[in-house]
Design a protein around this ligand. Structure first.
Ligand code: GAP
Length: 449
């Protein structure tokens, strides 16, 4: 049986604390669509920044790019998605709800809702359902052309392979990375951010010389690189694993595929990230369909060939969900129970919160504002809070995962002369407070981050 209690707590915290809201909620929402609030957008930004730094900016062999979401239908014919990007769909004979035939748990869950009409329960024969989201572009019905919202961000890179070659003149091996939205008409969007219809992906396409040994070594390299990157988000080693796809599980483009999986409380081990050996599938098909030559000329060997592609593909929203599940903690502090997010400081939406001990003491407020403004120049993700009593403020910051809270009290102003110009710094995980000089704060937090 699924343990959804923790997931429900995350959904509730995400809404209560401004991380994630149901999409267009005041109009009843849309299934599988979510909006990110002020805290969620910072968390997501930090995860994406960490991807961009490690997979793209800090490397000399990878370029970044950003392709459009809308692409002509022909792209998806070439990539094989029009024909093969499908799920088996069945329809309930009682209520006509649709489900994926390959998800026994969802099927059983639905059958359970018809317990009283057991004898009528049954499903239609499976049909093939394409996941691409279609729309039309053009001013009139007659001339509008059918386009797709991209089902994976990958194709935006492959269709620009020649543009990158011609403009940047890279030598193999090299990669192209990007982050962006993808859309899938999932039959059963479920489990909060886990299976959505609009979501974000972060990907690297790494092009290599077509050669079995190079392929195997490069695949191993990126498999380990991606796994270590994922661990770096703040996961315990035992929460993640690598699993190879069985041949009948692989996507149509993959010669080999491995997933990084997270051990979720609601569904056991589930895919967080995929590493795919795509071979020459994409570039070859786009060469055929577009009639553009997407081969590479190897100056060293004087050979011309279609490179192979080793792909790293991660879901941004799935990373957000798994990070929240991993960080969610409950304990007792000072005799009171509390909820806190044990987020890695690097991705926490707010790094430091600054409070005056009391709201109605202008000297305290002015000093706290001064410290906040100075620190914010060095650490942009900061918050000033003077709302409610200090205990409540700590709880609020704990729930959004702020690693440190700085409190300005009367001693800061010199009530005890030996403590003048010092503040308390509270640690989120232990609740312990230390006194620090204002002048050392910026260096202290920078070192901790
Ligand atoms: N370009 C390869 C590709 O798209 P995929 O395994 O279909 O491969 C890659 O997707 C990642 O995108 C997954 O590991 C997952 O993190 C994320 N993802 C896929 N479908 C998703 C959905 N419906 N909702 C949220 N994230 C999704």
């Amino acid at each position: 049986m699924k343990d959804t209690e923790k997931l429900e707590k995350i959904v509730s915290l995400a809404k209560r604390r401004g991380f994630i809201f149901p999409g267009s909620e005041i109009y009843g929402g849309l299934s599988g669509i979510y909006d990110y609030g002020p805290m969620g957008v910072e968390l997501r930004h930090n995860i994406k920044q960490y991807f961009w730094d490690k997979f793209i900016a800090e490397r000399e062999d990878v370029y970044g790019m950003s392709a459009a979401i809308l692409m002509p239908a022909r792209v998806w014919e070439a990539s094989g998605h029009t024909e093969l990007f499908t799920d088996p769909l069945v329809e309930c004979k009682i209520c006509h709800e649709r489900a994926r035939a390959d998800q026994p748990e969802a099927i059983a869950e639905h059958e359970n809702t018809h317990k009283k009409e057991k004898e009528k329960m049954g499903w239609s024969l499976p049909s093939v359902f394409n996941l691409l989201v279609e729309t039309k572009l053009g001013a009139s019905e007659a001339t509008a052309s059918q386009v797709y919202l991209r089902g994976e961000i990958t194709q935006g890179v492959h269709v620009n392979f020649k543009n990158v070659l011609d403009s940047m003149h890279p030598k193999l091996p090299f990669g192209i990375g990007q982050i962006g939205k993808a859309f899938r008409n999932e039959i059963t969007p479920r489990d909060f951010l886990f299976r959505q219809r609009e979501f974000e992906q972060m990907e690297l396409q790494y092009y290599i010389k077509p050669d079995e040994k190079t392929g195997t070594e490069t695949f191993e390299y990126w498999k380990n690189f991606a796994f270590n990157w994922y661990l770096g988000l703040g996961f315990k080693k035992e929460s993640l694993r690598l699993r190879q796809h069985a041949p009948d599980e692989r996507a149509h483009y993959a010669k080999d595929a491995w997933d990084i999986e997270y051990n979720t409380p609601f569904g056991g081990w589930l895919e967080a990230w995929g590493i795919h050996h795509r071979g020459d599938w994409d570039l070859k098909r786009h060469s055929e369909y577009s009639k553009e030559d997407l081969s590479y000329f190897d100056e060293e060997t004087k050979e011309r060939y279609i490179p192979w592609d080793i792909e790293c593909s991660g879901g941004v929203d799935r990373a957000v969900l798994f990070v929240l599940l991993e960080a969610y903690s409950e304990d007792e502090l000072g005799g009171e129970s509390r909820i806190f997010l044990k987020l890695n400081p690097k991705i926490a939406p707010i790094k430091v919160a600054v409070f005056p001990l009391l709201k109605n003491k202008p000297d305290l407020v002015a000093k706290a504002k001064e410290i906040y403004t100075t620190l914010k120049k060095k650490i942009p993700q900061m918050m000033f809070d003077d709302n409610g009593n200090i205990g409540k403020r700590y709880r609020r910051q704990d729930e959004i995962g702020t690693p440190w809270c700085v409190t300005i009290d009367f001693d800061t102003l010199g009530e005890k002369p030996e403590l003048k110009d010092t503040v308390t710094v509270r640690d989120r995980d232990t609740g312990k407070q230390e006194r620090k000089n204002i002048s050392e704060l910026s260096e202290y937090f920078k070192a901790m981050l």
